[in-house]
Design a protein around this ligand. Structure first.
Ligand code: TTJ
Length: 647
């Protein structure tokens, strides 16, 4: 060895030492502030770990080398992700002197350095990589099948417990990762099959031809599914519409590329009134929209107006609005670009401006061509937009009528509302309560300084089938709209919202679940920002009352019931604990309702989230729509979750 090489060697070693320290700091940072890397340590963060790992396999699929990804929930809630790609590189990296495999799992943000031509992401929580999952796992094991050998490495909480070693021979290639999320890090360790299933289905739709399988092995009869969509986002749009009446059989598909950027759109109109626009950048959901959505919307409006005017469907100088053009439209927009910039409060909005031009160009040229080539479909779409336009006018008139009436009669707040004293919306709560007796108890038990009660009863309008003008005039919903004070639909103004906690309080039975769903349908369709901003909650009433002599306590779940009963029993195994089931809110007296369900110090509220607008829309459509059979199936399948109907 000559002097230079000797020098080089030493410096590499020194560098390695320094890097190692940095590495440890990096992963310690993840354990100190896990929320910064995976959003939260609740169920959502727990599931995020799986997405982080799967994203690596999807990158390999995007590079063209991976065709099948398998996700398994093992007994004990560990997760295994397997792919048939090239396998993570195992050779020694010149910069670190360590195997690339090790670096992938121990260096923060290392994932991107190995991307074989995938699309990189910046600015978000996305793609933070395998090292974050490793840092937050009690243990993690990786096996790489590559060039005839199986390479194995093990970790615990980010630290190496077994250096990379060859443990066998193989004829396959691919990567297998198994991990146990760290109980010290997460509030819950229980994986939800449906949550993972929904996400994996979405990824399968977004990557045409890629097969993704999922299996729940925690029980012998656990669920499993295998998803592969040759039609990609076309099938996605059709799938969202599957319980609706489509206006044209095949979704319209538009696609194009410029330089390294690619855009594709699948769109299908149905005979409903709801707009479902789901957009993605590099397979990452962008619920806040961004440049790709803007490009789509402006081009769609322009193309439909131009076509309508050209063929005399739109007369003279009339115009249909963007919203008119999107009524009853289900559209998927998916773009792939190098260096995607994510912006906005939650980093879920695409910022790259040139994508707007690309999407606009694709839609302008190809949708115009499609309409010319398919005049009968074009006619249906234009007629629908015209109908929407007229309905919007009618709704505006109805709205103004209501306003005029309320100004004339001086009646700004509904009679059924028992309002609170506080005026600052950030401090106030509105309980929407089903049934007279429950509303009575709520009024008696509440803290009227900041808690308002709105009583609701009777069967509500089925909003799936109604238009905005009907909603404004509906005697059940008008009081809700008036009490909230912020308007609905395109006129909704959050700054006028009168309560920042809107709590739906209904019984934990099937009827209660029905009311809750109807109410959420209404919020979902007409006041979606309330859900998106986290203002909507479900009250969580207790399920059991346990009594021992004069002492009584309540429990909100079966587990808690058993735990409380054990606590009350103490060292006294033969003492009798009386356990009764709460039948409904109505049977609680005001004090009891306050103590168990309304007192901010003791109650628990379940925030209604909208992280999966598709699933929510699906549920509503199935529950409320015309088709009886899927509705029956859904209710049967979910009857036992009546309390936990989470969106
Ligand atoms: C990158 O380019 C060189 C050849 O290998 C490519 C690669 O790293 N492919 C790859 C990584 N396939 N699958 C992964 C992977 C799979 C899982 C389950 C977890 C992780 C961290 C990576």
């Amino acid at each position: 060895m000559n002097e230079n090489e000797e020098l080089l060697n030493t410096s590499v070693n020194e560098e390695y030492g320094a890097e190692q320290i940095q590495v440890l700091e990096g992963l310690e940072a993840v354990r100190k502030r896990p929320g910064m890397y995976i959003g939260s340590t609740s169920a959502s963060g727990l599931h995020h770990l799986v997405y982080e790992i799967v994203d690596n396999s999807i990158d390999e699929a995007l590079a063209g080398y991976c065709h099948h990804i398998q996700v398994t929930i093992n007994p004990g809630n560990t997760i295994t992700v397997t792919d048939d790609g090239r396998g993570i590189p195992v050779d020694i990296q010149p910069q670190t002197g360590r195997p690339a495999l090790e670096v992938v799992f121990t260096v923060l943000h290392a994932g991107g350095k190995f991307g074989g031509g995938g699309y990189k992401v910046s600015g978000g929580l996305h793609g933070v990589g395998a090292s974050v999952v490793n840092a937050l796992s009690e243990w993690l094991e990786v096996n790489v099948h590559k060039e005839g050998k199986i390479y194995q490495m093990k970790f615990s909480r980010g630290h190496i417990t077994q250096e990379m070693q060859v443990v066998g021979t193989t004829e396959k290639s691919g990567t297998v990762v198994t991990f146990q999320p760290d109980p010290e890090m997460f509030d819950t360790l229980e994986y939800d099959y449906d949550t993972l299933h929904t996400r994996m289905r979405e990824q399968a739709f977004l990557n045409a031809g890629l097969k993704i399988s999922i299996a729940d092995k925690r029980t012998e009869d656990g669920k499993s599914d295998s998803m592969c969509y040759e039609g990609g986002i076309r099938e996605f749009a059709a799938w969202i519409n599957r319980h609706k009446n489509a206006l044209h059989e095949e979704p319209i598909y538009l696609s194009g590329r410029k330089d390294d950027a690619f855009a594709e759109i699948a769109m299908q109109y149905n005979d409903g009134y709801n707009e479902i626009l789901v957009s993605f950048a590099n397979d990452i959901h962008t619920p806040e929209g961004g440049m790709h959505e803007t490009g789509f919307k402006t081009a769609l409006t322009r193309v439909l107006n131009a076509y309508g005017t050209k063929y005399g469907i739109i007369k003279g100088d009339d115009k249909v609005s963007g919203e008119d053009c999107r009524e009853g439209l289900t559209a998927i927009i998916s773009v792939k670009l190098p260096e995607a910039q994510f912006e906005g409060q939650t980093k879920q909005k695409l910022g790259n401006a040139y994508i707007r031009t690309l999407v606009d160009n694709v839609v302008s040229t190809q949708l115009a061509d499609f309409l010319e080539e398919n005049p009968s479909i074009a006619r249906e779409i234009l007629d629908k937009a015209m109908m929407a336009n007229r309905a919007r006018e009618a709704a505006r008139r109805a709205r103004e009528n209501i306003r005029r009436k309320s100004v004339l009669e001086g009646e700004r707040l509904p009679g059924k509302l028992a309002d609170c004293n506080e005026r600052d919306p950030a401090l106030t709560e509105l309980y929407i309560v089903e049934g007279d007796s429950a509303a009575g108890s709520a009024k008696g038990g509440r803290d009227s300084r900041f808690q308002a009660i709105l009583a609701m009863w009777g069967k509500m309008l089925n909003v799936e089938k109604a238009r905005a003008d009907k909603i404004y005039n509906n005697d059940k919903l008008a009081p809700v709209i008036q009490a909230l004070g912020c308007g609905i639909g395109d006129e909704l103004d959050l700054s006028r919202l009168r309560y920042h906690k809107i709590v739906i309080m209904a019984d934990a039975d099937v009827d209660g679940s029905h009311i809750r769903t109807l109410m959420l349908t209404f919020f979902f369709r007409y006041m979606r920002p309330l859900i998106e901003n986290g203002y909507v909650y479900a009250a969580v009433p207790p399920l059991y009352k346990l009594t021992r002599g004069k002492q009584s306590r309540v429990a909100y779940s079966d587990e808690e019931r058993d735990q409380v009963s054990a606590e009350m029993r103490g060292d006294n195994p033969n003492v009798k604990i009386d356990i009764s089931r709460f039948k409904g809110l109505g049977e609680m007296d005001p004090h009891e309702l306050w103590e168990t369900t309304m007192d901010p110090e003791k109650r628990s509220l379940r925030r209604i989230t909208l992280n999966d607008a598709i699933a929510a829309d699906q549920t509503f459509t199935v529950l409320m729509g015309e088709e009886v059979e899927p509705r029956k199936q859904f209710i049967e399948a979910n009857a036992k979750y009546a309390v936990n109907l989470d969106f």
